[in-house]
Design a protein around this ligand. Structure first.
Ligand code: UDP
Length: 240
């Protein structure tokens, strides 16, 4: 929501990229793409491209971070310098620290951390091309990578944003909508229980719009969930 403008982002019910308000961008998910990680995933979502790699469970370092009765999930979200128009300074910034933290918290809700005292499960999410919605793309990819690594989980976590542009509630904001829209609401859920494990809101929504945005993002998550399961079926021949 860098700056709201009068820019026409929806004309006659059609968005600039040709989608209807309730349509997702195209999503492609491939599990098991990296030889050197215990589990991995590559995900394309519109023009977003993300890799996720999982390592562990392993002994948690530094030791002062260990939990005597459970594992911790150490998620790390980073954007490559070439992932955006203006070269991005490599390394951690406030935004990537925030996204890493909320992703760790979300994964600790589904990973059976109680089975691995004092351990760490490392989840690395690398965005190689960014066109809005990368936190959702990264969390979705990392969920598939966790499953690919065989980490015991209660469920996977799909993540999807909805928002508001030109006073219309829409699913899955693209770059222009993210830049010039009125609201952005990333959501991640546990599909089997409906629990919300991540919810953020940038911008303003009325209570009615908020309900609509939650419904749209939830349906987006359920669509993604099916694609995530298909990706694992493709890798494991339907036994996942
Ligand atoms: N972005 C950028 N440089 C940055 C951070 C973000 O160009 O340092 C762009 C990138 O395309 C990203 C979009 O702004 O996808 C929206 O960023 P936001 O913080 O809303 O997170 P996202 O929607 O990617 O989860």
């Amino acid at each position: 929501m860098a700056g709201q403008t009068d820019m026409k982002l929806i004309k006659n019910g059609v968005r600039l990229d040709g989608r209807k308000p309730d349509e997702l961008r195209e999503v492609k998910i491939v599990a098991g793409v990296l030889d050197n990680a215990d589990g991995s995933c590559y995900l394309e979502w519109g023009n977003n491209k993300v890799y996720a790699g999982v390592f562990g469970p392993m002994e948690c370092h530094p030791r002062h971070k260990q939990k005597a009765d459970r594992a911790i999930v150490q998620a790390r979200y980073t954007m490559a310098p070439f992932s955006v128009n203006d070269r991005k300074r490599p390394g951690y910034d406030r935004r990537s620290t925030e996204i890493s933290y909320i992703a760790s918290q979300a994964f600790e809700r589904v990973v059976m951390v109680e089975e691995f005292p004092k351990a760490s499960i490392r989840v690395d999410m690398q965005v190689v091309e960014a066109h809005a919605g990368t936190r959702c793309a990264a969390i979705t990819a990392a969920s598939v990578a966790l499953a690919d690594a065989g980490i015991p989980m209660r469920d996977m976590i799909p993540a999807c944003a909805s928002g508001k542009v030109n006073d219309v509630v829409v699913l899955d904001l693209n770059k222009e909508e993210d830049n010039y829209g009125q609201a952005d609401l990333p959501l991640a859920i546990i599909p089997s229980t409906g629990e919300v494990v991540l919810l953020q809101l940038d911008g303003h929504l009325t209570p009615d719009e908020f309900e609509q945005a939650m419904d749209l993002a939830t349906s987006g998550c359920m669509d993604l969930y099916e694609k995530m399961r298909n990706a694992l079926d493709n890798r494991y021949g339907g036994s996942a």
